[in-house]
Write a protein that binds this ligand. Sequence first.
Ligand code: NDP
Ligand code: OXD
Length: 309
Amino acid sequence: MKRILISSRGKPEQLAELFRKALPQHEILIDMPNAGDAPIDYMVVGRPAPGVIASVGPVKLVLSLNAGIEHLLESGEIAAHTPIVRMVDDGLAGGMTEWVLAEAMAWHRNIRLYERLQRDLKWEPQQEKLAHERTVTVLGAGALGTPAARNFAALGFKTNVWSRTGREVPGARSFAGPDALLEAAFGANILVNLLPLTKETQNIVDAGLLDALAKGAFFINGARGAHVVDQDLIDALDSGQLSGAALDVFRIEPLPENDPLWHHPKILISPHVAAPTHMHIAVQEIATNIQRFERGEAIPHLVDKSLGY
Ligand code: NDP
Ligand code: OXD
């Protein structure tokens, strides 16, 4: 009987129950002292505590409950030859698209401004624009960036999408590689970050990139806090280069109480909820990948460790 070890900070017992139903021929263990004494075939990981993966010894596959896997690579605990499978599912893609569009549309149609004005009984119509009068640039054309960009384009926004290889997204204009970054961002009214965190992408949202946007642009970060140079973001908000930012992710989470991002009047904070993993969907996805692996079939969404995503 093949053994699956679950190491996740979020509801491991519930996950184990779902895996027992999805893979009844497998033994499901939750990480606990000595759980890994007998050989483990597969590890299912959320954000495992440091040392847990290393303590388990060699496994055939590591299956991530998260889309972002930079913490797994950074830990150095997974052997170079052990494949890592990222989480890609409709729940994550749908959740991220909803959150990004909600923040973008609330800014585009001044929803939050009117909410503030209502508090002071102020009747102050703004000059409302139509989607086709605005440009959106999405950084990342992957499992999350693609549906976000496709939906912006479908709503009529002029849509740019930037990726490493220039992946095409229907309705959007594609840009490839570092040399095209500023061109992709130039004059955009909304910048959306959906990149993975790698050596190449950390600190990518800096003064240079923000200055390329249209004056008064809106920034949406659904990816990772370490993509953003926080002081450059604050400076751009204070100078009026940006009119606002919606941030779901931070360098330190939970965001410390004394962090200036909490207190900035133009910043909207959400607690890393843009695209939470939905347990039922994720378990089904992982179970399917384990079954594919056992039938000797190719598994989608393997991490390319040399690229870091
Ligand atoms: P994917 O791996 O599917 O897509 C990554 C995209 O980024 C690809 O288009 C890729 O280009 C592009 N890219 C990678 N490196 C570079 C680079 N150096 N220069 C330009 N483009 C680059 O990732 P997902 O869409 O699944 O997820 C993106 C991130 O979203 C995750 O890594 C995670 O950090 C974050 N996330 C946040 C959540 C939240 O709740 N806030 C939930 C889930 C994920 P190419 O297409 O050419 O390969
Ligand atoms: C993820 C996340 O990467 O939750 O899945 O951020």
